[in-house]
Write a protein that binds this ligand. Structure first.
Ligand code: 8DG
Ligand code: MG
Length: 313
């Protein structure tokens, strides 16, 4: 099946609200809210196509700005790439020229509007961090590890997975307590790898390993806290979605020293897996800050990394 290229715009008003349009009756996905836009026509650039769609559907003149994310997505009868751009500036008064309802929505409220599956990663790209740190193994000096975490947070990381496979349990419990306090203090979202008990004790989110997905039960969730998972293939992604994970990590994209001998799935492999899943997905495996634009161009929320994000690396 051929992939349709759809281009859509994030239009903001002076108060920072975002414009959504409701798909009219008689079309696919009718009733759901979307970012205004439509199909790119043959021979048209995406920028020209989006400006044309916004003129036809809303009666505004728009200047297309930066790319937010490109989401490859498979629906029952079509495959599309939803290419979402920020609208840098616009003039006129948006009206629903096709009879569609319009709504100016504060970003925090976007998730309250029912939208097509491809839009879930778009809303996540607008609201959630593009970087997800996975902590490196603490060395003999636990304070140095905590200082590394502090420096990484100061460098701008806002979402963290506390992970130290094989570490002594008592030592880890103490380090997690200190790391949890640091994250609370700095307003950083923290999840702990694999250990629901520890997550519960410290009010942290829980990040499941792929091998924990099959046996995980809803009752093991930490109420009101983030649930995430590491995924390597389509079956893992399906399990994570069925559990209602808030986001996942998928890789390895590139070969990495932490998993020697395992070839990466590559960016095309990543995008292909992402087509059948509507969760926000961080790409992992040999990536750092400089890969975020490439990640977004393949439908990723951003990148997850150990060495690539650790400030004291
Ligand atoms: N514009 C837009 N389309 C979206 C979004 N999310 C999403 O899944 N889609 C899907 C719905 C449709 O299958 C496809 C857009 O095609 P469309 O039919 O609206 O295209 P169009 O505006 O050129 O309109 P038409 O003349 O073909 O009806 O992309 C979104 O946020 N905005
Ligand atoms: Mg349209």
């Amino acid at each position: 099946m051929k992939q349709i290229h759809v281009v859509a715009g994030v239009i903001r008003d002076a108060r920072g609200r975002v414009l959504l349009a409701r798909r009219t009756e008689g079309r696919d996905l009718s009733g759901s809210w979307e970012f205004p836009g439509g199909k790119v026509e043959p021979g048209e650039t995406p920028e020209a196509g989006l400006a044309r769609e916004l003129r036809e559907e809303l009666g505004i003149e728009a200047t297309v700005g930066a790319k937010l994310i490109d989401v490859p997505q498979r629906y029952p009868h079509k495959r599309l790439r939803l290419d979402v751009r920020e609208i840098a500036s616009w003039s006129g008064t948006p009206r629903g020229l096709d009879g569609q309802a319009l709504a100016w929505v504060p970003p925090r409220k976007l998730a309250d509007y029912p939208m097509p599956p491809a839009d879930r990663p778009v809303v996540a790209a607008l609201l959630q961090p593009a970087e997800y740190l996975v902590t490196p193994m603490p060395g003999a000096d636990g304070d140095a590890w905590l200082e590394g975490l502090r420096a990484t947070i100061e460098a701008g990381v806002r979402r963290v997975q506390l992970r130290a496979p094989g570490i002594d349990a008592t030592r880890w419990r103490a380090l997690v307590a200190d790391a949890a306090a640091l994250c609370r203090e700095t307003g950083v979202e923290a999840l702990v790898n694999g250990n629901a008990q520890l997550a519960r004790e410290h009010g942290l989110g829980l990040h499941l390993r792929a091998d924990q997905l099959p046996a995980f039960e809803q009752t093991m969730r930490v109420p009101g806290k983030l649930l995430a998972a590491s995924c390597h293939d389509a079956a893992d992604l399906q399990r994570a979605a069925a559990l209602g994970c808030d986001f996942v990590v998928l890789g390895s994209v590139l070969p990495t020293p932490s998993h020697p001998g395992i070839a990466g799935m590559g960016w095309d492999g990543f995008a292909a897996l992402r087509e059948d899943c509507d969760l926000p997905i961080y790409a992992i495996g040999g990536l750092d800050h400089s890969d975020i634009a490439t990640a977004r161009a393949h439908g990723a929320q951003g990148i997850a990394a150990i060495r690539g994000l650790w400030a004291n690396a």
